[in-house]
Design a binder for this molecule. Structure first.
Ligand code: HEC
Length: 494
């Protein structure tokens, strides 16, 4: 090489090396586009937007293409088939495997092109990476299913629309929306992921409320839709205006959810979400949809799409009481629900040998148990639920002996206490009143009897015909004499 004579070889090498790299890189990018046109665009479209006629999915701004490239490499090598949701649209097709046809550097060039075109802005993919993924998955014969590959390579999380999110946790027993401004929070947390969850409360205790404050970022001017659901209640306030509220006790199954439209200007809007739990089950869902968006984006850990929906099957007593035996939220495992015609209801606990809950309004939505194989607790469907006791009210030797129904269908629960039998009969009285008749038979001994262990609050009055019912600090007692029935009235405030 005469032309190189006199020039130190050492200094030539880096220059060539550098130039050849530049050149190769340039070629590569062009190749990627051409290779894409050859191998992918028939199905994914020349612009990466999919082919509407074939209903094939887009690669443009697809989260499947974003983040670490492993997911897309595996899809190209082995194919993808079965139901999958891409950018809010459902597909159920088959992408044939390309691994046998396309060598590592071609897969790398195509994916580098896809990840930097069509509005995507992701890092390049090297042939070495493709090579190592190919080697690691060499046993694979089937195409991937979406759940299978997403478990290995979850889609990247989009930034939440809730900025500067702060959560406050409160503890207390509420049956309806508390005024959080008068309460002291047990915990304050900055939630950097911008996602609402009950984790801060559930790891600290039971019977809680939470309040979140954040700035909701509207991407553009226009109409926004919010979806809100909670178990039990809560509200959403944007720009100081209450836009949605769910009151009292009830399930989070979409039956009480609120969907509301709000017009927002591009920018940040103060948002406050309040939540409170009444009994056992808990949950909150908040989603939003901006102008032109087809699906909700979720700012809560739980989303409505992963909540099982069941059809409402409201049990409504017509002329006879309905007895419903199943798990009922707020009671114990052996709960017996009784819905009386006219809308007064009872849950009697065979574990605690007494009433657990009384409420007025709708009885029970049995849809969950009847369509979802009895998973989980059923919740009373009515609004005014009063919890009367959460522990055993009778001596240890008391044993539940079943119940009988009278000719009108009213239940009488039977309890054996030593050589005495206690009958606890229930029927509906006038207006919103339940009448309980307690009869002790056998033995000479009187029985001091606790009617409830929890204060009934101001919505329910507990009284008796005789002056036998004593009430102190929310505990009501009655003394039972053998052979002398005692009547007790549970009256709901109008
Ligand atoms: C014969 C049609 C066909 C060809 C050719 C094809 N794909 Fe696909 N691709 C599909 C279909 C259909 C799906 C969705 C499969 C499903 O419904 O489970 C898909 C899914 C994908 C996905 C995941 C979902 C998404 O939209 O982001 C990626 C990434 C992808 N293909 C990349 C490519 C690349 C890169 C090529 C070229 C090397 C290619 N595909 C070639 C049909 C094809």
């Amino acid at each position: 090489m005469s032309y190189s004579r006199g020039i130190p070889v050492k200094s030539m090498r880096p220059l060539f090396f550098y130039l050849s790299l530049l050149f190769a890189g340039h070629l590569h990018a062009q190749d990627g586009g051409q290779l894409y046109a050859t191998y992918c665009s028939a199905c994914h479209g020349p612009d990466g937007k999919g082919v509407p006629a074939a209903n094939s999915p887009p690669l443009s701004e697809s989260p499947w293409v974003a983040g670490p490239p492993d997911r897309a490499v595996k899809v190209v090598l082995h194919g993808l088939e079965g139901p999958v949701e891409i950018l809010g649209k459902s597909y159920n097709l088959t992408m044939p495997p390309q691994g046998a046809v396309l060598p590592d550097d071609v897969v790398a060039a195509i994916l580098t092109y896809v990840r930097s075109s069509f509005g995507n802005a992701e890092s390049a993919v090297s042939a070495d990476l493709v090579k190592s993924i190919r080697a690691a998955t060499s046993n694979r014969e089937k195409a991937w299913s979406a759940p299978e590959i997403l478990k290995l390579h979850p889609l990247p999380k989009e930034p939440s629309a809730l900025k500067n999110l702060i959560s406050r946790t409160y503890f207390g027993n509420w049956r309806d929306q508390p005024d959080f401004s008068t309460l002291t929070s047990a915990n304050v947390e900055e939630e950097h992921d911008g996602i609402i969850s009950l984790d801060q409360a559930t790891k600290r205790g039971e019977h809680f409320g939470m309040v979140w404050e954040a700035d909701f970022e509207a991407e553009k001017d226009g109409d926004y839709e919010f979806y809100f659901d909670a178990d039990d209640g809560g509200r959403v306030v944007i720009n100081g205006k209450r836009i949605a509220e769910i009151k009292g006790l009830g399930p989070m199954n979409g039956s009480r959810s609120k969907t509301v439209k709000v017009t927002l200007a591009k920018g940040l809007h103060p948002i406050r979400i309040e939540y409170y739990e009444v009994t056992q089950n808990d949950g909150i869902q908040l989603g939003w949809k901006g102008p032109g968006m087809k699906t909700f984006k979720w700012v809560s850990k739980d989303t409505a799409s992963n909540t099982k929906k069941w059809k409402e099957i409201l049990l409504t007593p017509k002329d006879r009481p309905i007895i419903y035996r199943n798990f009922i939220a707020g009671s114990t495992a052996r709960a017996i629900g009784v819905g009386f015609p006219g809308g007064v209801n009872l849950v009697w606990s065979a574990d605690n040998l007494g009433p657990a809950l009384v409420w007025k309004g709708d009885f029970i939505d049995a849809g969950r148990h009847w369509t979802d194989r009895g998973q989980g607790n059923q919740e009373p469907a009515g609004k005014t639920v009063v919890k009367l006791s959460d522990k055993r009210l009778l001596p240890d030797d008391a044993v539940f002996k079943g119940f009988v129904l009278d000719s009108a269908g009213n239940p009488a629960f039977r309890i054996e206490i030593g050589d005495q039998i206690l009958t606890d009969a229930w029927e509906r009285g006038e207006k919103d009143t339940l009448i309980r008749t307690l009869t002790l038979n056998g033995g000479p001994a009187k029985l001091p009897f606790l009617l409830n262990s929890l204060p009934p609050g101001d919505r329910l009055r507990i009284s008796g015909t005789q002056d036998g019912v004593r009430g102190t600090a929310g505990r009501h007692e009655v003394e039972l004499n053998p052979g002398q029935p005692r009547r007790v009235f549970y009256s709901f405030a109008p």
